[in-house]
Design a binder for this molecule. Structure first.
Ligand code: G3D
Ligand code: MG
Length: 220
């Protein structure tokens, strides 16, 4: 009996009110621009050459401790760029909270496709307020470009983002691990700050967890 009285306050001190949020993030763009490589780099911290081409959609999950009391589960929908998949986009885009729209910086024809993907996205998914969901443009494969090309690219991409309602852009390289973590954190920040009202907050009581812990899983 005495032991039980001592145990209850101790157990309570370890309990905390936590918020647990599931954020669905779309990864879209043409075939072979590096979508799957970006997701693998972010979630698995690796770059795999000759990885099989995505057919339909691949899923990946990354859990992050956002603030001391907020756990975010990022659910990536890595959507294949083929025409058949575009027909299914309404189903795939449903309830997405953010998007990474990828193009190959060494092949500018893929930038026009990025604009099409963005228009398709905005026509099919919005926040409850009717505003577009946060979407970042990723200029991937920057390792294949000279520094000078990248500097020339910046003003065009600023304008492109303004015209197409992108939240911003990053030059990335999944191969050399350039800006992948930064881009993902920026998107999460945007989703959390712009979308607070839209999210279904799920408050749960659970034992306190260590901050900074990340659990990853990948399935295809
Ligand atoms: P996708 O998912 O958009 O279709 P993938 O694209 O991730 O499958 O990548 C397509 C090809 O581009 C792969 O080449 C991959 O290794 C390469 N790639 C992806 N990201 C980068 C990058 O940042 N830099 C460079 N140089 N190459 C990249 P392979 O030949 O392996 O199929
Ligand atoms: Mg792929």
């Amino acid at each position: 009996m005495i032991r039980a009285v001592a145990w209850i306050p101790l157990a309570r001190s370890r309990m905390a009110l936590c918020s647990d949020q599931l954020l669905k993030v779309l990864v879209i763009g043409d075939v072979r621009v590096g979508k799957t490589s970006i997701v693998l780099r972010y979630v698995k911290k690796s770059f795999i050459e000759n990885y099989k081409t995505t057919i339909g959609v691949d899923f990946a999950l990354k859990t992050l401790q956002w603030e001391p009391r907020t756990v975010i589960r990022l659910q990536f929908w890595d959507i294949a760029g083929q025409e058949q998949t575009r027909a299914m986009s309404r189903v795939f885009f449903k309830e997405a909270r953010g998007a990474l729209v990828v193009f190959d910086a060494s092949d500018w024809s893929t930038l026009e496709s990025a604009a099409q993907w963005k228009r398709d996205l905005d026509s099919k998914v919005t926040r409850d307020s009717g505003q577009p969901i946060p979407a970042l443009l990723l200029a991937n494969k920057c390792d294949l470009m000279e520094r000078i090309d990248r500097e020339r690219m910046a003003p065009s991409l600023d304008e492109f983002c303004k015209d197409n309602y992108f939240t911003g852009w990053f030059e990335t390289s999944a191969k050399e691990d350039l800006n992948i973590e930064e881009a993902a954190s920026f998107l999460v920040d945007q989703m959390m700050s712009q979308g607070q009202d839209d999210f279904k907050m799920k408050d749960v009581i659970k034992p306190e967890e260590k901050t900074g812990q990340s659990v990853t899983a990948l399935c295809c």
